[in-house]
Design a protein around this ligand. Structure first.
Ligand code: NAP
Length: 341
């Protein structure tokens, strides 16, 4: 007998979005919580993440690096929580863990698929943002994929978001001489400079990215961290100095596209400038996580790294959090708070 509920609330995908997703693609349902099997734990989720890659999983594509979400089933994704029932001796009740069964209030998991997290270093939700997958993406992108050398001029798009806001600050830690960010709207542009320490900010909604980038980096750029693709990537290729490096991390401007999108019209200039354009998947860089968490925890403690989050409250708001993130409603990491720790 336990005092934990046997009914769950979870978010299902009910239809596949065509173009921009909407609330009609999701529903929140009650579902039974099964009895635990040997080696399993019941986790009360406290925080869950909504991420751009989830948009790709809502399409019925088999040629992606990650399989599609099933219709009529709970979505999944990064979450933190506390073990409230356990049939796994090594993961007792009370353990704070991270796992991949978000989008629900309670999760039944094999204990081997949960990772205990150190909440003395930072609160649990930091492991979904600055200390987690987005932070590691920023770090790996600028250390391994498009390495920043001392004195480089670095441009980051999506710079007010989870990955981009950390990338700009890490570029500075790695010795960049000038860091330029782009984001949508004047408020975000102001935040980039005033709160995240960028030297200059571009509001991509206010005019041509290429023209604003030329004004912000008259001598050109050495490294571009691409979260957006499209016009941003073309502008960055145009601004690249010889031997420049581009980390192809994301292309969110194209995730809702219903037709093939044109490539950068100036790609041929990458030959003469001897540029490197390299795609990345953060999963390749998970072995760097301990080194990154150590470094980032130090930067957070010293104030060299500042992280922000935008929070929606409760499982019923999870679809709104996802839809909002895709439209730019977030500053820093978009999270859903599900329960007190
Ligand atoms: P995020 O930046 O926190 O949130 C998404 C942001 O995208 C929004 O806040 C919005 O900001 C921006 N956006 C939406 N539509 C846009 C458009 N048409 N043009 C320009 N910006 C647009 O998300 P995140 O988790 O940090 O992810 C950022 C990027 O990194 C995404 O492309 C994601 O797929 C990628 N990523 C890749 C990996 C990997 O392993 N390769 C891992 C993690 C993330 P604005 O208000 O500024 O428009």
């Amino acid at each position: 007998m336990t005092d934990t509920p046997r009914t769950n609330r979870e978010v299902h995908l009910v239809s596949r979005p065509v173009g921009e997703p909407g609330p009609e693609n999701f529903t929140v349902v009650d579902a039974a919580i099964p009895e635990l099997g040997e080696g399993q734990v019941l986790v009360r989720n406290t925080w869950m993440s909504v991420d751009p890659y989830m948009r790709g999983r809502m399409n019925d594509r088999t040629d992606s690096y990650i399989p599609p979400f099933a219709l009529g089933e709970a979505l999944s994704g990064g979450a933190t929580g506390v073990v409230v029932e356990s049939r796994a001796a090594a993961t007792p009740v009370g353990t704070t863990v991270m796992h991949q069964l978000g989008w629900r209030d309670y999760a039944v998991l094999d204990a081997t698929t949960v990772t205990p997290i150190d909440t003395s270093l930072a609160p649990a939700e930091a492991y979904l943002g600055v200390l987690g997958m987005p932070g590691l993406t920023a770090y790996a992108g600028l250390v391994e994929v498009a390495p920043v050398a001392k004195g480089d001029v670095v441009f980051v798009s999506g710079a007010a978001g989870a990955v981009g806001s950390v990338a700009g600050q890490i570029a500075r830690q790695l010795g960049a001489s000038r860091v330029i960010g782009s984001a949508g709207g004047p408020e975000k542009a102001r935040k980039l400079v005033e709160d995240f320490g960028f030297d200059a900010a571009i509001d991509y909604r206010a005019g041509s990215v290429a023209e604003q980038l030329a004004a912000a980096a008259p001598e050109g750029i050495d490294v571009y961290f691409d979260n957006v693709g499209g016009e941003h990537l073309e502008a960055a290729i145009g601004a690249m100095r010889p031997l420049g490096r581009i980390a192809l991390c994301g292309a969110i401007s194209q995730y809702n596209a219903t037709e093939p999108v044109p490539g950068p019209s100036n790609l041929v200039t990458a030959i003469g400038k001897q540029l490197t354009l390299k795609g990345m998947l953060v999963g390749q860089y998970f072995p760097l996580a301990p080194q990154y968490i150590q470094a980032a925890a130090g930067w957070l403690a010293s104030g060299a790294l500042r992280s922000e989050q935008t929070v929606f409250e409760g499982i019923d708001r999870a679809p709104d959090a996802f839809l909002g993130m895709m439209r730019g409603a977030n500053i820093g990491k978009m999270l859903v708070h599900l329960a007190a720790a």
